[in-house]
Design a protein around this ligand. Structure first.
Ligand code: SIN
Length: 568
């Protein structure tokens, strides 16, 4: 679009709320807001059905009653998996509101698997003491949730824009007022009273990942560039059983933990069992990695032959394995750990509000503290359902800024029950562009190198030299992205994603170097035990958040501003 002088100008649209991302969290927030009367624009950089959610297999952990299980047991299991790093209030909300979230899904028409007597079928997965994982299509739960939620967007009145890549937050007078998105090469500014980031995680930082190619940490990078506090990036969950096959760099096929819940075994190259298959995921991944190193093998095996009626119960997995010429009733399946889930993200309160008034984050992009240092199996779709619905309610109720609760609380006030202290790491060390210079190298080659360096140095087992090498490669990738931007009006998607990956990766590495202990999804070979000295969250963010300071509509925001020395 050009103005009267023939100069390119930005297209501007206005709505009540902009949602970025079309996975479970984005859809639930959008539907909840639209149903309460807000005008909602939902942006997604691919198609609506392209999200991490669609790839999610295992299910939704929820205690519905009618068994010896209890919400208290689900809470205990989630906290135990979280490695002493969870925000107890956030975790409690997660498990307490699970049953209502499932009711909501059923009301929308989700078809979950049922037993012969018609009740919802429940599976057991690692770290769960009871069978409480609800599922669809055996292990195609994400696809079913995506189907029903995407179908509900239109009828709810959500204005959906596909191929619309949000690039930057619009921040004015200390508040988030919208986002700028690239739509078909044209910049569009969406002005809104609230922006909800639901952009998912950053599995694409790693060469070996279960995440789709779009999982490039966009929302986290936008927050980092704006100085909005982001925490816990060092806690990456590696799923122990991704199929060790496929073209280099392509997302790996996940072999759901539900299979181990149904009796599948992990075997070393000699056919030996070497771990409790139903231990929490971080424990199993480290055991797999150790077995691979000891045997000098690129994989171990998942023996799914003990699973009854595999083909009938897990038809989607069976079909996917057939494409690799593997038959789970006959063959041992080669598996290795793959980056799967980021526990950290944008620090939020218990309703998904970030430190920046007007900006909300829900689902994997957020760090509510509910998942601790290692997420319990099948608690991620649940997180999206619960916290997105809370955010929709809070925004509809007129909330603008954060409350002093959840993982965000320590940034807002001195005392907050149970919350871990937050220590800010220097943001300019990861956002600085003068660290290294690079020419306009091949962007896809730089992404490939970054991913390989992350897998080698910031993977399941970390040590300082490998981390430093990964950080250096990420700085180079960032410089390549910067160089490739020069001369472009609109930044090509590959360049924007490389810049986002490099930024999030640099922050991840810096936090992983700072955390000289092992906990949950962060294991340091040179500090193999957890340490009381590190019972805190490392965060990046502007210590002087103009945003929170100027708006200062809430007590919490005023306290935040005062503590950080910002002028009112
Ligand atoms: C799985 O099915 O193993 C993955 C589910 C999850 O990420 O919790």
């Amino acid at each position: 679009m050009t103005d009267g002088r023939g100069v390119d100008s930005e297209c501007v649209e206005t709505t009540d709320v902009v949602i970025v991302g079309s996975g479970v969290a984005g859809c639930v927030a959008a539907i909840g807001l639209a149903q309460r009367g807000a005008s909602v624009v939902l942006l997604t950089k691919d198609r609506l059905e392209d999200s991490n959610t669609r790839w999610a297999q295992g299910g939704v952990a929820a205690v519905l009653g009618g068994s010896e299980d209890s919400v208290a047991a689900h809470l205990e299991d989630t906290l135990a998996a979280g490695g002493g790093h969870s925000d107890p209030a956030a975790t409690e909300l997660l498990v307490r509101e699970a049953a209502a979230a499932v009711e909501g899904l059923l009301a929308l028409g989700a078809v979950l698997d049922r037993t012969e007597d018609g009740s919802l079928a429940r599976s057991r997965e690692g770290g769960h003491r009871f069978a409480r994982v609800l599922h669809a299509g055996g292990a195609a739960t994400g696809a079913e949730l995506s189907r029903v939620l995407v179908a509900a967007l239109g009828p709810a009145g959500v204005d959906c824009r596909e191929q619309a890549a949000a690039r930057e937050l619009v921040i004015e007078a200390g508040r988030c007022r919208g986002v700028v998105a690239d739509i078909g090469g044209r910049s569009t500014r969406f002005e809104a009273r609230a922006v909800v980031l639901a952009t998912g995680g950053a599995g694409q930082l790693f060469a070996v990942t279960t995440n789709p190619t779009g999982a490039t940490g966009d929302g986290i990078a936008m927050a980092l560039r704006a100085g909005v506090p982001v925490a816990d990036l060092e806690f990456v969950q590696f799923h122990p059983t991704a199929l060790a096959a496929g073209p280099p760099g392509a997302p790996r096929l996940l072999l759901s933990e539900a299979l181990r819940g149904e009796g599948a075994l992990l075997l070393g190259p000699e056919g030996n069992r070497f771990v409790d298959e139903l231990a929490p995921r971080d424990v199993v991944s480290r055991a797999v990695e150790a077995e691979m190193r000891a045997a000098r093998s690129p994989h171990v095996f998942l023996d799914a032959r003990p699973v009854d009626a595999f083909a009938e119960r897990f038809p989607a997995l069976c079909a996917a394995l057939a494409a690799f010429d593997l038959d789970p009733a006959r063959d041992l399946l080669p598996v290795a750990p793959a980056a799967h889930f980021l526990s950290g993200g944008i620090l939020t309160d218990l309703d998904g509000a970030s430190a920046l008034p007007g900006l909300w984050a829900v689902g994997e992009v957020a760090c509510s503290g509910a998942q601790g240092a290692n997420r319990l199996a099948s608690n991620s779709l649940l997180e999206g359902l619960v916290f997105a619905s809370r955010a929709a309610q809070a925004i509809s109720g007129g909330r603008v800024g954060p409350r002093a609760d959840g993982a965000l609380a320590p940034l807002l006030e001195e005392r907050s029950a149970g919350a871990l202290p937050v220590r800010l790491l220097p943001l300019d060390e990861v956002t600085g562009t003068d660290v290294v210079r690079a020419g306009p190298d091949d962007v896809s080659a730089a992404r490939f190198r970054l991913q390989r360096a992350a897998s080698a140095g910031a993977g399941v087992v970390r040590e300082p030299v490998g981390l430093a090498k990964a950080g250096a490669e990420m700085a180079i990738a960032g410089a390549v992205a910067d160089a490739a931007r020069v001369g472009h009006g609109e930044v090509p998607r590959a360049v924007a994603e490389l810049g986002d990956l490099a930024l999030v990766g640099r922050a991840l590495v810096a936090a992983a170097l700072a955390r000289q202990e092992s906990r949950g999804g962060h294991f340091r070979a040179d500090h193999p035990a957890a340490s009381e000295a590190f019972r805190l969250r490392f965060a990046f963010g502007s210590p002087l958040s103009e945003a929170a300071a100027i708006a200062a509509k809430t007590d919490a925001a005023r306290t935040y501003a005062a503590r950080n020395g910002a002028a009112q």
